[in-house]
Design a protein around this ligand. Sequence first.
Ligand SMILES: Nc1nc2c(ncn2[C@@H]2O[C@H](COP(=O)(O)OP(=O)(O)OP(=O)(O)O)[C@@H](O)[C@H]2O)c(=O)[nH]1
Ligand SMILES: [Mg+2]
Length: 329
Amino acid sequence: MLNDPRQYVRGVLDRDRLTLARTITLIESTLPAHQELARTIVDRLLPYTGRSIRVGITGVPGAGKSSFTERFGTMLTGRGHRVAVLAIDPSSSRSGGSILGDKTRMERLAIDPNAFIRPSPSSGTLGGVGRRTREAMLVCEAAGYDVAIIETMGVGQSETTVASMVDFFLVLMIAGAGDELQGIKKGVLEMADAIVINKADGDNLVRAESAQKEYQSALNMLMPASPNWRPPVLTCSAMEGRGIDTIWETILAHRDKLTVSGEMAEKRKNQALDWMAFLLDEGLRQWFYANPRVREALPGLRKDVEEKKTSPTAAADSLLTFLHTKNGS
Ligand SMILES: Nc1nc2c(ncn2[C@@H]2O[C@H](COP(=O)(O)OP(=O)(O)OP(=O)(O)O)[C@@H](O)[C@H]2O)c(=O)[nH]1
Ligand SMILES: [Mg+2]
């Protein structure tokens, strides 16, 4: 591995795929030296970021996220865009099996010179998925990708994390038996800029269209997040390639409306501030637990609380007093 940040910065700006991949590997690394190098590189690339359309995609396993991304991504590269796909994959850190699955579901995109696909493991390192994915996205933007697709499976906090770093959050659904709203996590509807019912093909077409109506009426009952955008419910077939262009047009219309109203700039600004607040929380916590006096006193105080010798409040208070002393003293 190289260790001169300038080489990485130049390589990324020159759109060299290998350097891009290596930079993301540094971002994902848990080694302090790599983390520091990554921080320097990302900082220097920052002026070249922010120019992509950032699209988040979520959906239950099997909804067709990878198939959709394949269609959507190849349509975009066909129109002259450069597309980066960052997939947050809970299983990739385990076996890599599902990366292989995705490679086969994204056969064309995986070999498309104007696309860059990168699965990112969802465990480890400071800031978790949020930090790695956000920084990987920034680096891809600096490498000239003008559409960034962040794909996540609907697990844990990953939907909220992804929604907080994109311009447009797309929830991919499939028509199921019975209550169409079953299985959708509360809060996900509120985050959606559009809901798309996939697999609207063959025998499933009628069910997809009735699901569309049900979701639309559910959405109509919610207060839209923006006065200028009512999240639509669309249908598509990733398999047949139907409805994919309408989704892109919807994303562009959303961007245009919110750009004119000033909401897009506001959204990105707030995302940056939220991100800073998150990093501060994270850093404070690390700093606190690294304090030698905290480390020394914590086990005893935990025990005292367990045995009701002291109250949780008193224990926390006495630990927090250590913050008034210099770290390490
Ligand atoms: N009929 C039909 N099948 C589809 C469509 N899109 C995807 N599928 C099928 O649905 C299955 C799941 O598709 P994936 O693209 O792997 O779904 P995913 O959401 O990425 O799944 P995970 O990565 O496991 O979360 C595959 O067998 C696809 O062939 C579609 O539009 N119509
Ligand atoms: Mg997938």
